[in-house]
Unconditional design. Structure first.
Length: 153
């Protein structure tokens, strides 16, 4: 006889259900996602079907609820101790590796300058003078955790 699957959590976004599924599977709990594909393909129908459900076996219900209710700050602190000192390109303020570059890529700026130059009939010589400045500009970075911004060459 097949075991009954019961929902332990519901999510508005399928990606949240995938993250919770990964957390449970990392702890050895087999689980399944119901209505996730429908919400991804036809997002406007997801309201009619309901939220994306995370299903587990009835025997694993209590354990999976405990795993999902764990404090994410504890998990993050444990990861920071494991990976301490391995990422030299983190945020200089808080040390978080969750950073990204800001601004426009050089190619985008170059194309925009050429199009503006053609539209305004600015001599190409002036655009060629501005071209080296694009390659010597500073990169800007932003930390997702503390929102700190800084420049680096």
């Amino acid at each position: 006889m097949a075991e009954q699957l019961i929902p332990v959590a519901t999510f508005r976004q399928p990606i949240e259900a995938e993250l919770a599924k990964g957390k449970l599977e990392a702890e050895g709990v087999r689980c399944f996602i119901e209505d996730g594909s429908l919400a991804r393909i036809n997002w406007f129908l997801s309201g009619a079907v309901g939220e994306t459900k995370l299903l587990v076996r009835e025997a694993d219900r209590v354990r999976s609820m405990e795993i999902l209710e764990e404090d994410p700050e504890q998990a993050e602190a444990a990861l920071r101790t494991v990976f301490e000192g391995t990422d030299a390109n983190g945020c200089p303020f808080c040390g978080s590796p969750e950073i990204r570059t800001e601004g426009y890529p050089t190619l985008t700026i170059l194309i925009a300058l050429l199009l503006v130059g053609l539209f305004l009939r600015v001599p190409i010589l002036l655009l060629l003078v501005a071209l080296p400045l694009l390659f010597f500009r500073r990169r800007r970075y932003r930390c997702f955790d503390c929102e700190h911004r800084w420049k680096k060459r």
